[in-house]
Design a protein around this ligand. Structure first.
Ligand code: GFB
Length: 314
């Protein structure tokens, strides 16, 4: 990417988009254009077209998405499939029409079959049934990565895709109904510690395995791919390391300093049993993450404590 080229980061207020903006600035990119949700509704095709015609970005990071944890995905599947499909259709088509030089589409490791071989290689895509709790989101994301692939194949557009594993870090969502597990654990243990409650209830059995990547590492990988990769096949982004939800809960409990008990609510879903990404393709290109899980959780907890709590809990 040209250091002074105009870069549009879609979704710059979110966990991922905000980290991409930080990473771009660290790497010396200065010409970054962003719009808040109220300034530009990405589900509105005419607004998106107008924005691209006026701003003419040369590079696009498509990090805007309707996201959530297992409960949000499972409860609101229509919103997840519709909003994500609309955003990506509008942005990818507008990028094509306005001759964007390069675009990176961000998906998710939930695009892979529920019982995919572990660690999951990129080639496992569309080889089996999806996990039901996030099927709607996964279908939208598969469609987005296929759009990039087919715009590249038919028109030669340099539109690439990456599939990050479970992410966490500053600017995450700490709402207990809709968040992912890591921010939920931080908030639940911190609330319990502060209010003197002696048991924290977590969801499912605690036995599923998950892989966690600090969002600033993921953002650096995105910038790295925009600088170093071009190809129809998507690229996994992860650490190649996994941990059970029970072990993760113990780790977060220790970092937060909650001394009470944990109970497991088996009425809540476990989701997919395991989703460890095969990251040999990304590592083969020369990328390596920096942040370990313990220090990443500490950094996220510090950030959480530094924020106005009421704002985060909305
Ligand atoms: O992070 P999470 O919500 O989503 O949940 P997924 C991961 C695991 O943590 C599940 C358990 O087994 C949950 O049952 N868990 C335990 C909790 N306690 C809690 C809690 O208090 N809150 C939450 N949220 N989970 C998502 C997909 O799947 O992963 C999305 O739904 C996306 O589509 C995202 O792909 C990365 O890892 O199961």
């Amino acid at each position: 990417m040209d250091r002074s080229g105009k870069i549009y980061v879609a979704g710059h207020r979110g966990l991922v988009g905000s980290a991409i903006v930080r990473s771009l600035k660290r790497s010396g990119y200065t010409n970054i254009v962003c719009r808040t949700h109220s300034e530009l509704d990405l589900t509105d095709q005419s607004e998106v077209n107008k924005f691209f015609e006026e701003e003419r970005p040369e590079y696009v990071f498509l990090a805007a998405a309707h996201v959530g944890g297992i409960n949000a995905n499972n409860t609101y599947p229509a919103d997840f499939i519709y909003i994500n499909s609309a955003i990506q259709c509008n942005v990818i088509k507008a990028a094509h029409d306005n001759k964007v030089k390069k675009l990176l589409f961000l998906g998710s490791s939930c695009i892979y079959p529920r019982l995919a071989p572990q660690p999951i290689p990129e080639s496992a895509l569309l080889t089996g049934p999806l996990e039901s709790t996030n099927e709607a989101y996964a279908i939208a994301k598969i469609s987005g990565l296929m759009m990039c692939r087919f715009f590249m194949r038919q028109y030669g557009d340099d539109f690439i895709s990456c599939m990050p594993t479970n992410l966490y870090g500053p600017e995450d969502n700490f709402n207990l109904e809709t968040s992912h597990v890591l921010p939920a654990l931080i908030r639940k243990f911190d609330d319990a510690k502060k209010s003197g409650v002696d048991t924290v209830e977590l969801w499912g059995s605690g036995s599923p395995l998950r892989e966690f990547l600090y969002v600033d590492d993921m953002a650096d990988a995105c910038v790295f791919l925009m600088e170093n990769y071009s190809g129809e096949e998507h690229v996994n982004i992860g650490t190649g390391k996994e941990i059970t939800i029970k072990e993760l809960a113990e780790l977060v409990r220790e970092i937060v300093g909650f001394e009470g008990e944990i109970s497991w609510n088996s009425d809540m879903p476990d989701g997919t049993p395991r989703k460890l990404l095969d990251v040999s393709k990304l590592k083969g290109l020369g990328w390596q993450e920096k942040m370990g899980l313990r220090e990443g959780i500490k950094a996220t907890y510090d950030w959480y404590l530094s924020q106005a709590e009421e704002k985060l809990k909305k």
